[in-house]
Design a protein around this ligand. Structure first.
Ligand SMILES: *[C@@H]1O[C@H](CO)[C@@H](O)[C@H](O)[C@H]1NC(C)=O
Ligand SMILES: *[C@@H]1O[C@H](CO)[C@@H](O)[C@H](O)[C@H]1NC(C)=O
Ligand SMILES: *[C@@H]1O[C@H](CO)[C@@H](O)[C@H](O)[C@H]1NC(C)=O
Length: 428
């Protein structure tokens, strides 16, 4: 009797299981030839093609195991919501040359309702590249690939993924609308150059929740055109902290609007919250509606820093003028150094002769001296304890610091920038 009864129940179970499967079609990469310790680029791309063509929602599965991945560039549009679920450990080639100058190792683009989930790891194996990275001083350095590029995604979720030891930035977000990162782990050693966590540009409604980001550079940084960005319950450190900018390097930059950071901890970072702009650009960059609340800073060198002289590697006015002067001064025929129209910041300048021929410095631009060097170099933290409010015509914030550690530390209760017009501040 018992066995007779169990047959229809078993049949019903099978029916239900296949019914659930029909709801979400599963495309397992091992069915497409993926094997541990081999390159799964083709298997993953082929599984993606089938999943993306499915008219019902689909799931591409990368099961546990260690795999190699040369590079990946998966694009929509897909016909239904699509999920890539990675439980495996995926390794990039160690030698950046094998990536043939791509700017991102793993790219997802032009997809609506995309989910990348699982407990898997994408390991950029960046150590070899970090030693070769000369992209600070050398403008013509080779392109170094980032771990992830998410471009033009909408209504999408990146969940539970670990990004490890990227060769360059870990995650770049461009042109996305409604993209949420949850339970992310992003890590690289404090000494690894340019391994920024998540960089966002030209995107709206990007959320970063419940994540840990420790790298050798910025934890989260906003480029121009970032709007409605929400960061909550994120721990940063080591690294350079949360950064708005750098802005003002390129023409046609779009404004940054709406940046809310709540309940975050910065631990052992160079900076806490930083706004950085390049000096000497004639354009206006604007940042509005920034709100920082319940931010704990432990052992942070500069908890709040507004740096309007952000100028790494001397790429700015002073250096340009000094270099032009040196060349002109060496010329055996008469020469002219021209500063074209525009507004430039100049800290100090000391140009000396003798020169080999007459020299004419023609200034058509507007050159500004720093009005208050302390203000331009950021806030002097030692004078900034216990809820002082700093004001100028264009910006305001109030901050509350309590020493937590032996080194600089504190907490921001609420800090709000309602409107910050960065050029106007420089010139005022
Ligand atoms: C944002 O995307 C998520 C994930 O697809 C979706 O559940 C949510 O409804 C979207 N929100 C809006 C405002 O469209
Ligand atoms: C905050 O994030 C951590 C992971 O970093 C998570 O374990 C914890 O549950 C989150 N807290 C809340 C209230 O979501
Ligand atoms: C706030 O952050 C702390 C420390 O990361 C975490 O334990 C807590 O769950 C967070 N609370 C919320 C509401 O996110």
């Amino acid at each position: 009797m018992d066995t007779k009864l169990s047959v229809p129940i078993f049949t019903l179970f099978l029916f239900l299981a296949s019914y659930v499967r029909a709801q979400t079609k599963v495309f397992d990469v091992t069915k497409y030839g993926a094997r541990p310790n081999t390159d799964i680029s083709n298997a993953l791309t082929n599984a993606w093609k089938d999943a993306c063509g499915s008219t019902t929602s689909s799931k591409v599965l990368v099961p546990k195991g260690t795999y190699m991945l040369n590079k990946l560039d998966l694009k929509g549009p897909c016909r239904a919501p699509i999920n890539i679920h990675v439980d495996g450990n995926i390794l990039a080639p160690k030698d950046p040359k094998l990536l043939n100058g791509v700017d991102q190792w793993v790219k997802f683009g032009y997809i609506n309702f995309f989910t990348l989930s699982g407990g898997g790891t994408f390991d950029g194996q960046g150590e070899m590249t970090w030693k070769q990275n000369d992209c600070g001083p050398n403008k013509n350095c080779h392109i170094i690939p980032m771990n992830f590029g998410f471009a033009f995604l909408s209504n999408s979720i990146i969940h539970g993924i670990t990004s490890k030891d990227s060769k360059y930035f870990h995650v770049n977000v461009l042109g996305c609308n409604n993209l949420t990162f949850i339970n992310m782990n992003i890590n690289a050693p404090a000494t690894s150059p340019n391994t920024d966590g998540i960089h966002i540009g030209r995107s709206t409604q990007v959320h970063i929740y419940n994540s840990n980001i420790g790298t050798g550079d910025d934890c989260i940084s906003l480029g121009d055109g970032s709007k409605q960005i929400h960061v909550q319950n994120v721990t940063c450190g080591p690294g350079h902290g949360i950064s708005v900018g750098s802005l003002g390097k390129y023409p046609n930059e779009e404004p940054i609007e709406g940046f809310v950071v709540k309940n975050c901890t910065l631990k052992n970072t160079d900076n806490g919250v930083r706004i950085k702009t390049w000096p000497g650009t004639p354009i206006i960059s604007s940042v509005s509606n920034m709100h920082f609340e319940d931010i704990i800073m432990v052992n942070v060198r500069n908890p709040i820093i507004i740096d309007q002289q952000y100028c790494p590697w001397n790429q700015c006015t002073k250096q340009a003028l000094t270099n032009a002067w040196k060349d002109a001064c060496r010329s055996t025929t008469s020469s002219k150094v021209v500063v074209p129209k525009g507004t430039y910041m100049l800290n100090k300048l000391d140009l000396k002769g003798p020169c080999k021929a007459p020299i004419n410095v023609q200034v058509d631009g507007n050159i500004l001296a720093p009005k208050d060097p302390k203000l331009l170099n950021g806030v002097d933290q030692s004078k900034n304890k216990d809820g002082k409010c700093y004001k100028s015509s264009n910006w305001r914030f109030s901050a509350n610091f309590h020493a937590l550690g032996a080194a600089a530390g504190g907490a921001i209760a609420i800090m709000e920038f309602s409107s910050l017009s960065l050029r106007a501040l420089e010139a005022s």
